[in-house]
Design a binder for this molecule. Structure first.
Ligand code: ZN
Length: 58
């Protein structure tokens, strides 16, 4: 699993399917957003797509 360096989206692909950004294997913390419109964390992180995200990406 890779994490996008820009939006932190977790993906199996080597390019982020959301923003097309560079991905990294060096990430920590798993955040699952099931309904971003109701999530305060998603709002704070600027997440507008449901899915799995890393909390930290290097
Ligand atoms: Zn991305």
């Amino acid at each position: 699993m890779y994490a996008c360096k820009k939006c932190r989206y977790l993906t199996e692909q080597d390019v982020c399917p959301i923003c097309g950004g560079e991905v990294s294997k060096d990430w920590q913390g798993l955040l699952i957003i099931v309904d971003y419109s109701r999530s305060k964390i998603a709002e704070r992180l600027g997440i507008t797509i449901n899915g799995k995200y890393a909390l930290r990406v290097r």
